[in-house]
Write a protein that binds this ligand. Structure first.
Ligand SMILES: Nc1ncnc2c1ncn2[C@@H]1O[C@H](COP(=O)(O)OP(=O)(O)O)[C@@H](O)[C@H]1O
Ligand SMILES: [Mg+2]
Length: 357
C-alpha cells in the first residue's frame, strides 16, 4: 500500500515536515532542494540550520522514515545540507544569539564549569556556532579547563574572544591576572557583565553558554536585564545535600522568571577504569526522582571518571569527547537539550502549512 508516487504527492508529504528551528514547513521555508524522482527512487536534500546541528542525523532519519511510510516501494535517499539562517538580537546590547543558556548550581565544585564546557564543545562539534561566556567572576575556571594562556586582543574597539575547539570563549580570568583576587561590588559586576556581552565580538551565534557563579542570584539577575535568557541548566551531584542545593537553584531561577530547561547529574556513578563497571557510590535514581518532582527534565548524567578530571587539569576539556567510556554521556546532553527545545516550540501553535498546488 502507499500513495501514488508522484512529485505532487511527495511535495505534499514534505510540506508537512517541520524545520526543527522554526517549527515551520521545510517546503515553505525553501529548505527542500534537489528533489529527484526516478524509477522507484527518490532523493531529496534537506537544508537544516546550524542551530539544529545536534539533530541533523535524527532529522535525516525522521524524514527518511516518513517518506518510506508513504512510499514503501521506493528507495529513499535523504541528504542534509547547511541552510543559513542568521540570528536575531538577543536583548538590547547587540548580542546576536539564537539561544542563551546559563549553567548554574546551588554550590561550587559540582562541575558547573566542566558541564558548561562539555555542552559548548558538544554543540560546536556537531556544527553549531557557539560562544562560552565564563560569568563566574568569583572563580573563573574556563581558561584553566581549556588551557588558554593568551590575553584576548582588542580589535575595532571590541574584545576578540579566544577560539578553542570551535568555541568562542571569554572569561574574566583572561582579562585579570589569575593570582589577583577581585572583589566585585554590585554595580561594577553588572557593568563588567554588560561589557562581556556588548563589547565582545561574539559574531552570529546559535548558542551562548554562560557558566554561572554558584549560589546567589545577582549575576543571573544582571544578565536577565540585558539578555534574553532562553533558560537555565542546573548541575547537581547525587548526594542528598547537593540535591537540596539544586532544589534551591531551581527555585532561584524560577523566582527570577528564568525558565529551567533541565538538570544534569554530574559524578552520577564511578566508571571504574580497571573493571569498567559502574559503581553507584551515592545511590541511584535520586536526581531523576527529584527532577521529576520539580517538573524539570533530566538532560543527562556524567560519570565520575578520573580521565575527565585529568583532561580538565591539563587544559584539554574539549578532548573529553575522545575518551570512549564517557563520550556517549557527553554527547547525549546537547542532543536531549536541543530535542527538548524543539519539542517546546512544536507544542506552541505553529503557522498552518498550506497545501501545495
Ligand atoms: N564527571 C567528572 N569526573 C571527574 N572529575 C570531574 C567531573 N566533573 C568535574 N570534575 C572535576 O571536578 C573539579 C571541579 O569541577 P568544576 O567544573 O570546576 O566545578 P564548578 O564549576 O562547579 O566549581 C575539576 O577538577 C573537574 O575537572
Ligand atoms: Mg566553576
Amino acid at each position: 500500500m502507499g500513495m501514488p508516487f508522484t512529485e505532487l504527492a511527495v511535495r505534499n508529504v514534505l510540506s508537512g515536515f517541520q524545520d526543527p528551528e522554526t517549527g515551520r514547513s521545510t517546503v515553505q521555508l525553501e529548505q527542500i532542494h534537489k528533489l529527484q524522482l526516478g524509477d522507484k527512487k527518490l532523493s531529496v536534500t534537506l537544508g537544516l540550520t546550524t542551530w539544529a546541528a545536534p539533530l541533523w542525523e535524527a532529522m535525516r532519519e525522521e524524514l527518511g522514515a516518513l517518506l518510506k511510510s508513504r512510499f514503501p516501494d521506493v528507495a529513499i535517499d535523504v541528504t542534509v545540507e547547511e541552510h543559513h539562517r542568521p540570528a536575531e538580537p538577543s536583548g538590547n546590547l547587540g548580542l546576536t544569539a539564537k539561544t542563551v543558556l546559563t549553567v548554574g548550581a546551588g554550590k561550587g565544585g559540582v562541575g558547573k564549569s566542566s558541564i558548561a564546557s562539555y555542552l559548548a564543545c558538544g554543540l560546536a562539534r556537531s556544527g553549531a556556532k557557539v560562544g562560552l561566556m565564563d560569568a563566574d567572576v568569583y572563580g573563573p575556571s574556563v581558561p584553566h579547563l581549556f588551557g588558554i594562556q593568551d590575553t584576548p586582543r582588542l580589535q575595532g574597539g571590541k574584545i576578540q574572544p579566544i577560539e578553542m575547539a570551535g568555541v568562542k570563549i571569554l572569561s574574566m580570568g583572561l582579562l585579570i591576572p589569575p593570582d589577583q583576587a577581585v572583589v566585585w561590588r554590585g554595580p561594577m559586576l553588572h557593568k563588567a557583565l554588560q561589557q562581556f556581552v556588548s563589547d565582545t565580538a561574539w559574531g552570529d551565534l546559535d548558542y551562548l553558554v554562560v557558566d554561572m557563579p554558584p549560589g546567589t542570584g545577582d549575576v543571573a539577575l544582571s544578565l536577565a536585564q540585558f539578555l534574553v535568557v532562553t533558560g537555565a541548566i542546573i548541575v547537581c551531584t547525587p548526594q542528598d545535600v547537593a540535591l537540596l542545593d539544586a532544589t534551591k537553584a531551581v527555585s532561584m531561577f524560577r523566582n527570577l522568571k528564568i525558565n529551567v530547561l533541565g538538570m544534569v547529574e554530574n559524578m552520577s556513578f564511578f566508571l571504574c577504569p580497571t573493571c569498567s563497571s559502574r559503581h553507584e557510590i551515592f545511590g541511584c535514581g535520586g536526581v531523576k526522582r527529584r527532577a521529576a518532582e520539580m517538573g524539570v527534565p533530566l538532560l543527562g548524567e556524567v560519570p565520575l571518571d578520573t580521565q575527565l578530571r585529568i583532561l580538565g587539569d591539563e587544559g584539554r576539556v574539549f578532548a573529553s569527547f575522545d575518551h570512549a567510556p564517557t563520550r556517549s554521556y557527553l554527547e547525549a546532553i546537547p542532543q536531549t537539550l536541543v530535542k527538548n527545545l524543539v519539542a517546546a516550540r512544536r507544542s506552541k501553535p505553529v503557522m498552518p502549512t498550506l497545501p501545495l498546488l
